[in-house]
Every structure is written in C-alpha cells, then in structure tokens.
Design a protein around this ligand. Structure first.
Ligand code: ZN
Ligand code: ZN
Length: 139
C-alpha cells in the first residue's frame, strides 16, 4: 500500500501500514503519531476543527521537553485542547499529565494564563533541532 509520510510527506510503501517513512521513523515519533490519530478520532464526533499535524505536535512537545505544560514536572500523557471548542489546532493544544487533567489544582490558574500566552504566541516549528533525545512519556 502506498501512503504518505506524516512528517516529510513523501510517498512510501507502507508494508506495516504506519504513518512514517523509513527515514523519519522513530519509536517516539510513531507513538505520538498514534496518539494524535487517536485524539483526532476521539474529537471527530464533536465536529470541532482538526488541523493539527504531526510536525506541529512534535514541536509543541519539544517546547515542553516532553513534560506536562501545566505542572512542568510530570511526563505528559494526553493532548489537551486549551479551549475545547477550538479543536485540535496548533494554537490550541498542549501536553498535559493525568494528574493535572483530572485535578486542575495547585496553581492551575496561573498555569492556565501561562499556557494561553504560549498558544497565542504562535511558537515556531523547530522539530529537527531541539528535539529531546527521548521523551519520557507515560504509557
Ligand atoms: Zn518521512
Ligand atoms: Zn501536570
């Protein structure tokens, strides 16, 4: 099956039917691709915009070194939509850990202000330079 690589957009023969070509394939990236596809599937029913690409998402995680954008301590585990009605868009998503997602406590309000400033700043895409060696991400 011929498919397009989610990162470099070249066509390749997807024998194992995954979204990344041989040159772009990395375990961390593939895991994020899976996570993004699952998130898209999840929100599709709600009819909100979905335009987030894998490159953009990898760049956003890299901005937080694979940590939760709220507590900046825990490894993240979920793609959080800052404003749910704005959908999966580059200027509306950050990584969040389960504890922050569930409890939203301990300085969560000041974290929210910081994150709104972040998503509104249109952060640059810098996938290949600043990418952390390995993301510690919860399974
Ligand atoms: Zn590729
Ligand atoms: Zn957190």
């Amino acid at each position: 099956m011929i498919t397009r690589c989610a990162l470099c957009n070249t066509e390749f023969d997807a024998r194992t039917s995954y979204g990344l070509c041989k040159n772009c394939w990395q375990r961390d990236r593939l895991r994020e691709w899976d996570r993004l596809e699952a998130a898209k599937k999840h929100v599709r029913r709600s009819g909100v915009p979905i335009e987030l690409t894998l490159v953009e998402w990898l760049s956003i995680i890299s901005d937080f070194q694979g940590h939760c954008a709220y507590c900046l301590v825990q490894p993240y585990s979920v793609i959080e939509m800052v404003k749910p009605y704005k959908g999966l868009m580059r200027d509306n998503v950050v990584p969040i850990c389960r504890a922050c997602q569930v409890h939203k406590q301990n300085g969560f309000e000041s974290a929210e202000e910081r994150i709104e400033a972040y998503v509104e700043s249109e952060p640059t895409i810098h996938l290949f330079e600043d990418e952390p060696e390995a993301w510690e991400v919860e399974a």
